[in-house]
Design a protein. Structure first.
Lengths: 521, 179
């Protein structure tokens, strides 16, 4: 068995072999480890930043949502004196008499400032309901906070089961209620269906305990502390109606949004709340749109050109002409504004370039003129005079050119939200592009003449036209102010292009995808 | 510092223990890397990568077998992976001189470790890797086939040819004449 011995010897010798180690190996290993740690650290930082940015984005994104025309900013201004239960009762009583059971609808809230004091009679009823059912010392465990349970407890027999959103069961994460938790609970109930769109900077007198305050038999909130002048802002959406109906079902109260705004404020304070309408923001879109162009008609005509030089006349007559539109590109800027619940209107400018390839084949005749000396022999003798000699040549010429249409348009586009979402939306876009300026840049030498009367008539260098546009717009928000969009669409050219210098008249239709950024200001 | 202490220190990420481990095994591991690598630079890369992996995964060493054996497995694994990044040719080369066989233990024993090492490194990639894995590391043809994504028969033929080529190289170097 010689074979194993060969292998064994080789194995033994090779296995025990120690090679010199490069001097920098250890250093590189240490560096490699450090580098790896740095990479890990880097990704940790990136992760934390993303998490922070995401949280901020969610927070601010929620705040910015515009349910109708804009956010409702509830500004609570408190003038503080000593708030006693007697004062509160008195205040509420006065207001309740003034507008008893007069529920205000959404539309009135949108019209401008309105003091929420008008709603106090309703709020009183609301509070009475709470006071009746949320007794002091109640240990509100999480199961108690299940909206259904609360509902049963608060309003026996009046539950609006149809409007019960299941998601609200997760609304409150605390195990027990304490301090200002009623507020939090209501606020969380709003948020339970993930549609809370606001923030609640709790006023300074938040240490008022609405639960403990139920000790007042008359149901009023006893605030013995002296609060400072505070402003708080709360933004809500229509979604609140659904959420709050768990606590206060629609069968009992037809709560308008504006009244809901006051709930949070009133559980903190009984003081007047002003509602302001905050208008939707202007948005500016910066877009770039590559497109494919195709012509709707093909009025090819016999073309000829004549080039005159000092010593020749060149005449070309095309026997065959081929014109093909090439991909184009457009740059646009547009201002948009939300004009109703789900409609945006925008207007802007677009600069577009569409190339077209020209191929022409035909016969070219060249007549050369040259001055020669001619010997004249007449009565005056023999002498030389200038004369013109004409040389004629003919041949086939092929011309290839790349010309372009340069168009300045004013798009007027309406976008209808068909699938709105907090972070992205799908909109149907429709509108017109008013082509206010369209030039044709001809790179082929010479003036081409055609028999086409339409073309002959338009000697101006501009071609005004109108395009109809239709498309879908996918948009998403990147942060508080910046979003991005993609808008595949079709532009249908309604009026034929009759640009002077162009080789034929035609409709130029385009299909493309506009992509870009939106900035809200 | 015993091996156990070094390992424990490395598990705790003690730089001193890692340095001791490196000093203790770097030479042998460099030899291993050189046997697999095409050149010195690649061998150094494998060495560095191997030690980084060793330090990262040393806690996975169960202590059942020899620590050096475990380290070698890690290095071999890294080396084959690194070599697999570029295509290894397992083509059948023309034998340099298949008439010469050096199987005499006396002749072989006279050859130094360094010389053997250099001769192995002269083998073509495919031959060298299979030879290393089979003869020196003790992997089976099936395992080699799995590691290199080749057929076991390819591994066998590569080994056969590698062995013959190595014998031929030895014979040439030491003017061994077989009758």
């Amino acid at each position: 068995m010689k074979q194993p011995s060969f292998d064994d010897i080789i194995r033994k010798k090779a296995d025990t072999y120690e090679a010199p180690v490069p001097a920098d190996a250890w250093g590189n290993i240490v560096q490699g480890k450090k580098k790896k740690r740095r990479v890990l650290f880097f990704w940790w930082i990136v992760g934390l930043l993303l998490l922070g940015a995401g949280t901020t984005f969610l927070y601010t994104g929620v705040k910015e949502k515009t349910p109708m025309e804009g956010n409702y900013a509830v500004t609570e201004t408190k003038e503080l004196k000593e708030n006693t239960s007697a004062n509160n009762r008195k205040d509420r009583g006065d207001e309740a008499t003034a507008i008893k059971n007069d529920f205000i609808t959404d539309t009135t809230a949108e019209k401008g400032e309105k003091t929420i004091a008008q709603y106090d009679s309703n709020m009183q009823s609301l509070k009475d309901t709470i006071n009746k059912n949320l007794l002091p010392g109640d240990a509100f465990t999480r199961t108690n906070l299940d909206p259904t349970t609360i509902h049963k407890k608060e309003l026996p027999g009046k539950r609006d089961t149809k409007n019960k959103p299941e998601k609200n069961k997760k609304a409150f994460s605390k195990n027990t209620l304490a301090g200002n938790d009623l507020n939090v609970m209501i606020t969380n109930a709003y948020a339970g269906n993930n549609q809370l769109t606001g923030t609640d900077k709790t006023p300074a007198n938040e240490n008022v305990n609405p639960i403990n305050s139920h000790q007042d038999t008359d149901g009023s909130v006893d605030k013995t502390n002296t609060a400072k002048e505070v402003e708080s802002e709360v933004n809500f959406t229509d979604a609140n109606v659904v959420a709050i109906s768990i606590f206060f079902p629609k069968t009992t109260y037809e709560l308008p949004n504006s009244l809901l705004h006051s709930i949070n404020a009133h559980t903190n304070s009984d003081l007047p709340v002003k509602i302001k309408t905050q208008h939707s923001r202007w948005k500016v879109d910066f877009g770039i749109a590559p497109s494919l162009s195709f012509r709707g008609s093909n009025d090819l005509m016999p073309l000829s050109r004549t080039i005159l030089t000092t010593d020749a006349v060149t005449t070309f007559k095309a026997d065959e002409t081929k014109i093909s539109l090439q991909p184009g590109i457009a740059f646009s800027i547009a201002l948009r504004k939300k004009i109703s619940k789900n409609i945006h209107l925008g207007i802007g400018f677009q600069y577009a370039v569409i190339k077209e390839k020209i191929f022409m084949s035909g016969t070219e005749n060249i007549t050369h003129y040259s001055i020669v000396k001619k010997l004249v022999n007449d009565n005056n003798g023999t002498y030389l005079v200038n004369d013109t000699a004409k040389a004629f040549s003919s041949g086939k010429r092929i011309i290839n050119g790349l010309n372009s249409y340069i168009t300045l348009s004013m798009p007027v586009i309406m976008q209808m939200e068909i699938f709105p979402h907090r972070f992205y939306s799908l909109e149907f876009a429709v509108g017109v592009y008013l082509n206010v300026l369209r030039n044709y840049k001809n790179s082929i030498q010479g003036n081409f003449v055609s028999n086409n009367t339409m073309l002959k008539e338009t000697k101006k260098t501009t071609g005004i036209g109108v395009d109809f546009f239709s498309g879908l717009r996918f948009s998403t928000t990147l942060n508080k102010r910046i979003g991005m969009f993609a808008e595949p669409g079709i532009r249908f050219n309604l009026l034929k292009n009759k640009n002077s210098g162009s080789f034929n008249t035609k409709h130029i239709h385009q299909a493309g995808v506009g992509i870009g950024l939106t900035y809200s200001f | 510092m015993t091996e156990q202490e070094i390992i424990k220190g490395c598990i705790r990420k003690k730089a001193a223990a890692q340095r001791v481990l490196f000093d203790q095994y770097a030479g042998r591991m460099m030899g291993l890397c050189l046997r697999y690598a095409k050149d010195q630079q690649q061998a150094q890369d494998i060495l560095q990568l191997g030690f980084i992996k060793i330090f990262d995964y040393i806690h996975q060493y169960k202590g059942t077998g020899s620590f050096e054996g475990w380290m070698k497995k890690v290095f071999v694994s890294i080396a084959t992976r690194e070599l697999s990044k570029r295509k290894i040719s397992f083509d059948e080369l023309e034998k340099a001189d298949n008439a010469t066989n050096v199987e005499d233990p006396e002749v072989l024993s006279k050859i130094s470790e360094d010389e053997i090492h250099q001769l192995i490194r002269k083998l073509p990639d495919g031959y060298r890797i299979v030879f290393n894995l089979f003869v020196i590391e003790g992997y089976t043809h099936e395992e080699i086939a799995s590691m290199l994504s080749i057929q076991p028969t390819t591994s066998r033929t590569q080994l056969l040819k590698a062995r013959k080529m190595l014998q031929s190289l030895i014979a040439k170097q030491y003017n061994v004449i077989t009758v």
